[in-house]
Design a protein around this ligand. Structure first.
Ligand SMILES: C[S@@+](CC[C@H](N)C(=O)[O-])C[C@H]1O[C@@H](n2cnc3c(N)ncnc32)[C@H](O)[C@@H]1O
Length: 264
């Protein structure tokens, strides 16, 4: 493990709130992208037809996606555990913030024009009454960060925040879950159907095959199909990769997918 990675409970694939905050403190934020998502390049106008929209961004970090949407005139509300991330979102984009305290949640950072708001706290401490309803949910690799046991209540909360006719954009990672316990958690097409299929019509907007990012790294075979065994038939434990990045490079398949979910 490098000095910039926070030790976590790998076996369970669970990351606690304090560990996320710690990751920001030590700079273990390989998930952060310095440029906004390329879906805005390919489909930007189609995502937001007919003028300004309200957008909710769960587990937002300091993603430039928020700034892209804000700069297009939309009203953007995010929630993020790490106050450092939120302070950096505002300062790195030269946005002044007013800060107030929201009972039961934590600080709320608001731009001077009121169109960008970010709660510092746990998504699950927010209620629909506090947030109201949105035209869009922008879930860019946020579901994949949620502990598996919380995925259903996460889905319920986010769907409850969508206006009738609203659109939920979901970006997932799909890889061999035997190489890494998460986060990021593997979210297959089947899992998207399990979580959202009853409530939403599901369309895949974009699929990017990122398999074999590093051709020098030996890829792990589908060990759920044929795990290596010793002569007695016991499964031989495999060396664990040291980080999510290293693990994903070893996966025999790796796909990014953007879905558009429409409430039924
Ligand atoms: C994988 S990162 C994704 C960040 C962002 N969506 C992006 O694309 O850069 C997950 C983020 O969610 C935050 N987070 C994790 N659990 C959370 C929770 N329950 N409530 C609010 N934020 C949370 C973490 O601190 C981290 O910044």
């Amino acid at each position: 493990m490098s000095a910039k990675e926070v030790e976590t409970d790998l076996d369970a694939g669970v990351l606690h709130n304090s560990e996320w905050v710690k990751r920001w403190e030590v700079g273990d934020i390989a998930f952060h992208q310095s440029r906004y998502d390329s879906l805005f390049d390919s489909q930007g106008e189609a995502l937001f037809p007919g003028g300004a929209k309200s957008v909710f961004v769960p587990l937002c970090g300091k993603t430039p996606d928020m700034i892209w949407m804000y700069n297009q005139g939309h009203s953007v509300v995010g929630v993020e555990l790490s106050e450092q991330a939120v302070q950096e979102l505002f300062s790195e984009n030269k946005l002044e913030a007013r800060v107030q305290h929201v009972e039961g949640v934590g600080p709320l950072y608001t731009s001077t024009d009121g169109r960008l708001q970010v709660y510092v706290g746990d998504l699950f401490d927010l209620t629909k009454d506090q947030l109201s309803e949105f035209d869009r949910v922008w879930d860019s690799r946020s579901l994949v960060a949620i502990n598996v046991v919380d995925q259903e209540r996460y889905r319920n909360l986010l769907l409850s925040l969508l206006k009738k006719g609203g659109e939920y954009y979901l970006k997932t990672l799909d890889y061999d879950p035997t190489v890494w316990p998460g986060p990021p958690h593997n979210i297959s097409r089947q899992r998207v159907n399990e979580l959202y299929g009853e409530h939403c019509n599901i369309e895949i907007l974009e699929e990017t095959n990122r398999t074999g990012l590093n051709p020098n790294t030996p890829r792990v075979p589908h060990s759920d199909v044929n795990p290596p065994t010793d002569p007695s038939g016991d499964v031989v434990p495999q060396a664990k990769p040291s980080s999510a990045g290293a693990a994903l490079k070893m996966s025999s398949y790796l796909y990014d997918r953007w879905y558009k979910l429409l409430l039924k």
